[in-house]
Design a binder for this molecule. Structure first.
Ligand code: NAP
Length: 268
């Protein structure tokens, strides 16, 4: 018996085999869940279709998370295909490259709107459509980053979008709780993915995180997948409205140091 036998999971945000959503997909699939995938743009088909095929997933639908008609169409098809949904995974974020490289003070009105709409409002848009299909309760998951709470150079408008996303998680958890629908965010440490490569200085961020984190390592797609499985399954049955850190402990630090700095100050 798998933890997710007989459960239906609809997952948004698989762009390629490096996506955090793909780590989650694999963990849920291996635990027995029926998987549906939704991707953003036609150019992704050559990557997403073979991944779907590799796990025997036959529900693969394109939808721009900023387009209400396209979302309505995907959820109508999901209702037809699955009948009931148990899990919704939201792994979607976007900000323009300029807004992830300059200074936050220079964020344009349009850049702010794009980042907040795509990275935060999209969770609300998906949850509104998923909840009526979660007739037996359910679990909604999203992905966030510590930049929502503490300043991370260059994360800029995406940090503000993640703060809105984390707050949305709490409001959605409050409203959907009576239907036994849980809503949680996984705050993942940095992982080299397509979206992450848009952040200026990301490689430096990776190196620093690895050296500074209590576990002295970077996190992996599997780490995120395993936590998602816990939150999606009955093992997480009383957890809602939370932001759960999968960051090798980075968020507990008050003083962050590289290996070299620790050696210099004799703090190893
Ligand atoms: P990824 O593989 O590039 O995934 C991002 C996904 O968002 C892509 O599938 C992308 O599709 C999709 N997306 C963007 N705009 C969309 C739209 N309008 N409609 C539908 N989908 C759209 O990168 P990832 O790192 O796994 O990101 C997944 C989530 O994890 C994001 O919320 C990200 O902020 C979060 N996260 C990542 C890290 C990290 O270090 N990688 C750390 C913490 C949190 P397109 O490629 O077609 O745009």
């Amino acid at each position: 018996m798998g933890l997710m036998d007989g459960k239906n999971a609809l997952i948004f945000g698989v762009a390629n085999n490096k996506s955090l959503a793909w780590g989650i997909t694999q963990a849920l699939h291996e635990a027995g869940a029926n998987i549906g995938l939704s991707y953003a743009i036609p150019q992704l088909e050559k990557r997403v279709f073979p991944l779907a095929e590799s796990i025997g997933c036959t529900f693969v639908e394109r939808a721009d998370a900023n387009n209400d008609d396209e979302l309505d169409a995907v959820f109508a098809k999901a209702k037809e295909h699955f009948g009931r949904l148990d899990v919704l995974v939201h792994a979607i974020a976007y900000a323009t490259r300029e807004d992830l490289s300059g200074q936050y003070i220079d964020t344009s009105r349009e850049g702010f709107k794009i980042a907040l709409e795509t990275s935060a409002y999209s969770l609300v848009a998906l949850a509104k459509r998923a909840a009526p299909l979660m007739t037996n309760g359910g679990s909604i998951l999203t992905l966030t980053y510590y930049g929502a709470e503490k300043v991370m150079p260059r994360y800029n408008v995406m940090a503000v979008a993640k703060a809105a996303l984390e707050c949305s998680v709490r409001y959605l958890a409050y409203e959907l709780g009576p239907q036994n629908i849980r809503v949680n965010a996984i705050s993942a440490g940095p992982v080299k993915t397509l979206a992450a490569s848009g952040i200026a200085g990301f490689r430096t961020m990776l190196k620093f995180s690895e050296e500074a984190a209590p576990l002295r390592r970077l996190i992996t797609q599997e780490d995120v997948g395993n936590t998602a499985l816990w939150l999606a399954s009955d093992l997480g049955s009383a957890i809602t409205g939370e932001t759960i850190y999968v960051d090798a402990g980075y968020n507990i630090l008050g003083l962050t140091m590289t290996e070299e700095q620790r050696a210099q100050f004799n703090l190893e």
